[in-house]
Design a protein around this ligand. Structure first.
Ligand SMILES: [Fe+2]
Length: 354
């Protein structure tokens, strides 16, 4: 495992899109911060229910935000935010009520592209000792519409069926937003907004629960931080605004970090590697990490997040969209792209050759 001073440049052989910047995986006293940059907060209801003028205004502002920094914050997304409160409590219950032995029964292993299951503390990746426990499920773990070639059994994926039921409500609610978000992104680039409508119908995703336990002084002094700097491997990610501080976003324009604190009930959206690849680098896969809070809450309360990463199924191909200039990238099968990228975190054996 690399030490806490590791740089992203130590792992560039895994990148499947161009990433030319250099950053430390964990926070460091030499980091610089951009206190001026404000990540755009936009009303998604303008796009979902507005007239033509509202929609084009949203598309322009959303496109500017995503091209500029790869992040935007959406209000007006239509999801009942009491669901977010319910899931927050459920995440704490899941991680705190089960013994390590019970959790380890579901230890993460590859399912298609996705490394699905439980990740113990300091084992979210094999390259950095992050102070977080995680749990990931892809669509296969849910009783949701999909083509299956094997029998679905709740007990194969879940310590208790109540977790599947509650988290299915969360993923089903978010799934309604996958296609509209993609349409707004593609429209902002002048592409056919519907180009991924079919691929994103009943598509695969990765729901990840993150439980960042309160840190003692020794853990703080270790410099490991809570979640290493990384880019998401997906098309885009939806993150209900966390209650606690810590999310930092890389600003490519001035090589500094922006602290992102989104309003409660809002939804943070960021683009990932799949999207950078198919948009020929027009939408960046933006680096982000979770660091210590400024208000000291990392010493007293657990931090909880539940991002959902939007993928296409493994046998789809990722190909630069028409109208975006000469393609910098060859078409590539999604599982090859995905597992080559994430073998950075899970070891060289994780990459699927095909
Ligand atoms: Fe991420």
């Amino acid at each position: 495992m690399a030490d806490v001073n590791a740089l992203n440049r130590d792992f560039t052989q895994y990148d499947q899109v161009e990433k030319s910047h250099t950053y430390r995986l964990a926070e460091h006293p030499s980091d610089t911060f951009d206190e001026e940059y404000e990540i755009a907060t936009l009303d998604f209801d303008q796009f979902l229910n507005g007239n033509a003028k509202d929609r084009s205004k949203f598309v322009e502002e959303f496109g500017t935000a995503v091209q500029d920094i790869g992040f935007s914050i959406l209000t007006g997304h239509g999801i009942d935010t009491s669901l977010y409160d319910e899931i927050h409590d459920l995440v704490i219950e899941l991680f705190e009520s089960l013994s390590l032995e019970e959790k380890m029964r579901f230890r993460a292993k590859r399912q298609g592209s996705v490394n699905q299951g439980y990740f113990p503390i300091e084992e979210t990746s094999s390259i950095h000792p992050d102070q977080v426990e995680g749990w990931v499920w892809c669509r296969r773990a849910f009783d949701m519409p999909q083509d299956r070639d094997t029998e679905f059994r709740i007990e194969d994926f879940w310590p208790d069926s109540k977790y599947e039921q509650s988290l299915r409500r969360l993923t089903t609610a978010h799934e309604q937003l996958f296609i509209p978000i993609a349409q707004a992104m593609f429209q902002s680039l002048g592409c056919n907004p519907h180009v991924y409508d079919e691929k994103l119908t009943k598509t695969n995703f990765g729901l990840r629960l993150n439980y960042y336990p309160p840190l003692d002084d020794e853990q703080v002094r270790s410099g490991a931080g809570r979640l290493l700097g990384h880019e998401d491997v997906d098309l885009f990610t939806l993150v209900p605004a966390p209650r606690d501080e810590g999310l930092q976003v890389w600003n490519h324009r001035n090589n500094s970090w922006v602290r992102l604190n989104a309003p409660q009930g809002s939804l943070i959206i960021n683009t990932g590697d799949y999207m950078q690849r198919i948009t020929n680098d027009r939408l960046p896969s933006t680096t982000h990490r979770v660091a210590l809070s400024e208000d000291g809450s990392h010493s007293s309360v657990p931090r909880v997040t539940f991002p959902i990463a939007v993928y296409v199924w493994e046998d789809e191909h990722l190909e630069v969209l028409p109208g975006l200039g000469e393609a910098k990238y060859e078409p590539i099968k999604a599982i090859t792209f995905h597992t080559r990228s994430t073998s950075k975190f899970y070891g060289d054996d994780y990459a699927v050759k095909s």
